[in-house]
Write a new protein. Structure first.
Length: 176
């Protein structure tokens, strides 16, 4: 009977030690997640990691602001195309999602695909989709309205405006 008691005590001690280790690991993971959130939210451009199915795994607050979403709106777990109101972007994503996206990017420039999107009246966003990694596609979104307006002639802007009035929104590939 003494041996059984000793085994139980040894098992209980081992379980207590393992529980303490797991508690410490959990606290460290929480701290690292907080640091990641602080770092991501310090970036002025929109940023997200998206899986092959277009599900947003993680996103910063700037992405929500650039997409004109309420501050309380969490993008994590949402489909990228559901929050991108631009029909042209959805078409590009649908045509090139998954393995085809990777081969299209490698054929294009080896780095990724950049798309300029008309995000609202006179508002342009540049969306860069990076090569797929173990964690997903890195997506960056930047407001390029001033650059597009300064670099684009009036007739070209008129084409964007016309496309928007006829089709709702329009996306055009840009140089990455």
């Amino acid at each position: 009977m003494a041996t059984a008691t000793k085994l139980t005590e040894t098992h209980d001690d081992a379980m207590a030690a393992r529980s303490a280790e797991l508690f410490i690991v959990h606290e460290l993971l929480d701290e690292h997640r907080q640091m990641l959130d602080i770092s991501l939210n310090a970036i002025p451009d929109g940023f997200a990691i998206v899986d092959r199915d277009g599900m947003i795994l993680i996103a910063n607050q700037a992405l929500g602001r650039l997409l004109n979403l309420p501050a309380c709106y969490s993008l994590d777990g949402m489909k990228l195309c559901a929050v991108m109101k631009d029909v042209g972007f959805r078409n590009i994503w649908d045509e090139t999602c998954g393995p085809d996206l990777e081969s299209a990017m490698q054929r294009r420039n080896g780095n990724g695909i950049a798309v300029c999107v008309l995000a609202g009246p006179e508002r342009f966003l540049e969306i860069n989709i990076g090569l797929f990694t173990e964690t997903g596609y890195p997506i960056t979104v930047r407001d390029v309205t001033k650059r597009v307006q300064s670099e684009t002639s009036s007739p070209e802007l008129d084409i964007w405006r016309k496309a928007r009035s006829e089709h709702g929104r329009y996306a055009a590939p840009t140089a990455a």
